[in-house]
Design a protein around this ligand. Structure first.
Ligand code: AMP
Ligand code: MG
Length: 324
């Protein structure tokens, strides 16, 4: 059985620490999405993450730390760029890929020589990291390929009965996963976009590249290149090019995720009006996708997003959701 405890109670934090110290898994809120955490220094605990999620062993995990000191325990070289970035963006939604130390097992890194480290700002996750004293490997607390949870109830909907404890810390503040930046290539390269964007990183580092698999505008032209990820059970239809036509002929089991308000002739229960800001949209998108899953939506129609680079991270998630 899975227990769900309020994170505001210090006893819950102690219980999480006890379980993690014994090598068990605990779902913990972070500012991005809920994480499924295990002791990053324990091979057995980390193997549990892959088993519970059904995650392919070639998909590496992000290791969460409470300080630069803890990060340096996980990596074998700490370049000057890492120092600058940690100063500017930690604690926060930036994961840095660096050469791994011997303490980090190959299971965490999917056999590779590098590890992604991040210092989260969520006070609950921070508190647990500090109490544990060891880093926590934590991917999103969902089944592999499904929508990331931004509330405890969505973790429970996917992982109930598979883990001993979920800490309920309310809704995640950011709502989409961290930016992943590879510092081991000759030019720093963004492997996954998050709300810390290309322009912000370029301002700090100078030259930064965007790997082709992330949510740049090119993806608009070739969504077929993307691997499927972050998918709800319903079929996701992107309204690019044919939005007006699609909403005229809307099926009653199709939910709509739109920047526009609900028109008079549409059902407000299946029309999800999204905030117009990137931050607002990011915070809400997984919640709405999770809600569509819970409502047994047959299809989800998504209104096109503004074509501005600011929206790239959100566009990336929406395109990946449509790859099912
Ligand atoms: P998740 O934990 O579900 O947010 O996924 C973590 C993502 O971070 C992976 O899918 C990779 O894209 C990226 N990642 C983690 N570790 C590494 C690494 N060592 N090298 C490259 N990418 C990584
Ligand atoms: Mg994930």
């Amino acid at each position: 059985m899975t227990e769900i405890l309020p994170a505001s109670n210090p006893d819950s934090i102690r219980q999480a620490k006890r379980l993690l110290s014994k090598g068990h898994l605990v779902a913990i809120p972070t500012e991005t999405v809920y994480g499924l955490a295990a002791n990053a220094f324990s091979e057995e605990a980390v193997a549990g993450i892959f088993a519970v999620k059904g995650r392919p062993s070639n998909n590496p995990l992000i290791v969460h730390v409470s300080s630069v000191k803890m990060a340096r325990d996980c990596i074998s070289a700490w370049p000057e760029e890492a120092n600058i970035l940690a100063e500017k963006f930690w604690p926060g939604p930036l994961s840095m890929v660096l050469p791994k130390s011997e303490k980090i097992s190959n299971i965490v890194t999917a056999g590779g020589p590098t590890v992604a480290v991040r210092s989260p700002s969520n006070p609950i996750m921070k508190e647990i990291l500090e109490q544990c004293g060891f880093p926590l490997a934590a991917p999103s607390a969902n089944l592999s390929n499904r929508v990331s949870p931004t509330k405890a109830e969505y973790v429970a909907a996917q992982l109930n009965g598979r883990i001993p404890l979920i800490l309920d810390g309310g809704a995640c503040q950011i709502g989409i996963e961290s930016t992943v930046l590879d510092l081991t290539s000759s030019t720093p390269t963004i492997l996954r976009l998050g709300l810390i964007n290309l322009a912000q990183l370029q301002k700090v580092l100078g030259e930064v590249r965007l790997a082709s698999m992330t949510g740049s505008k090119e993806i608009l032209k070739s969504p077929g290149q993307l691997c499927r990820h972050y998918s709800p059970r319903a079929k996701v239809i992107l309204g690019e090019g044919s939005w007006d036509e699609l909403i005229i002929n809307l099926d009653k089991n199709t939910h709509v995720i739109a920047l526009d308000s609900v028109p008079n002739d549409k059902n407000p229960d299946t029309w999800h009006k999204m905030p117009n800001s990137v931050q607002g949209y990011a915070k809400k998108i997984y919640e709405i996708l999770n809600r569509c899953d819970q409502a047994n939506a047959k299809a989800i129609l998504i209104q096109p997003l503004p074509v501005e680079s600011e929206w790239d991270a959100v566009r990336d998630r929406v395109y990946r959701a449509s790859m099912n």
